[in-house]
Ligand binder design. Structure first.
Ligand code: T46
Length: 133
């Protein structure tokens, strides 16, 4: 089964431009507790390098592009996000790395929980132990 789960959002655009609405438990498959966004990221920067014990997220590149690498402990898959109508669903226990940001990239992330550092697994060996249990 692919690690890359893409959600397609219907654009409600008209001659004035485009509009996408995100609603919890509808086109976003969980209750939304938090939204954050990354921007002005230099092109050589890599981010992420962690997994989450419980958090579910949907990442949407609303402008520009970036590359996600997902890893479940047995395989790695990459996906380029460059379309504001597409969301990448990232469940728990998935290692993620983000790279190849264009400087204009605005990466918006919808999250199922409030920020909680204790939900992060920031050590790759620890992650491998957790997913092999
Ligand atoms: C993820 C990827 C896609 C907060 O205080 N509140 C928040 O809601 C977030 C997301 C971060 N922070 C703090 C924690 C760090 O001191 O902001 C700083 C940067 O966070 P971090 O280094 O975790 O950023 P990324 O880009 O490596 O990862 C972020 C999310 O943290 C993570 O959950 O899945 O984006």
């Amino acid at each position: 089964m692919s690690l890359v789960k893409l959600l397609s959002f219907k654009s409600l655009g008209d001659e004035r431009g485009n509009l996408i609405s995100l609603e919890q438990n509808k086109n976003v498959p969980f209750e939304i507790k938090r939204v954050y966004y990354l921007f002005n990221t230099d092109k050589d920067v890599t981010r992420g390098f962690h997994a989450h014990k419980a958090l579910q997220q949907v990442a949407i590149c609303v402008k520009g592009s970036c590359l996600f690498t997902l890893d479940d402990g047995t395989k790695r898959e990459k996906v380029k996000l460059d379309d504001p109508t597409v969301g990448l669903y990232i469940g728990n226990n998935l290692w993620r790395e983000m790279s190849e940001f264009t400087y204009d990239c605005v990466l918006m992330v919808i999250a199922s929980e409030l920020y909680d550092e204790s939900d992060y697994i920031r050590d790759y060996d620890q992650f491998l132990k957790e997913v092999s249990l």
